[in-house]
Design a protein around this ligand. Sequence first.
Ligand code: CA
Length: 172
Amino acid sequence: MFKQIMLMLGCSCFIGSIYAVEIRNGSFENGLVGWSVKKGLVSVDNSVSAVGKASLRISFEKPTWNRIFQKFAVKPDTVYKLEYQVKCENVVPQAGARIAGAASWIFLKKNTPLRGSQGPWKLDAAPGKWQQVSYTFKTGKDDTKASVGFQLRNASGTIWIDDVKITEVTGK
Ligand SMILES: [Ca+2]
């Protein structure tokens, strides 16, 4: 009997572990609800979207940087996957900037590198269609809280972000 109960508990834990992390308003259909903005120059664009009707828009006339982020709960020593879509227009790097463009990162006790669709430290700047970005990250043994952030860094121009999702990756 004890074994059966443990088996049932084990099964429900497994089913629970494939749930998506709750990211509030990851499609920006509800303004900036759920997101924290470092400073201005960030808005929701109701005329451009990858999913639904709206997306996040960060736009600068002169090169600078700004970020937006959202906190979420994590389990320690666990692999998660971040997925989102990004679109760029007129992104021009600041003179002398080593890295510039649209980036995401995960804030943990040890932050992940800034990333674009082509990998770590390769930020998105090419104009055109929406691009899917997807990568995994692993929390450390002391991590219970994390944030996901997006930024336009060291550049002028406009980026849009949409369809932000985080899921726990099982079997790794
Ligand atoms: Ca959307």
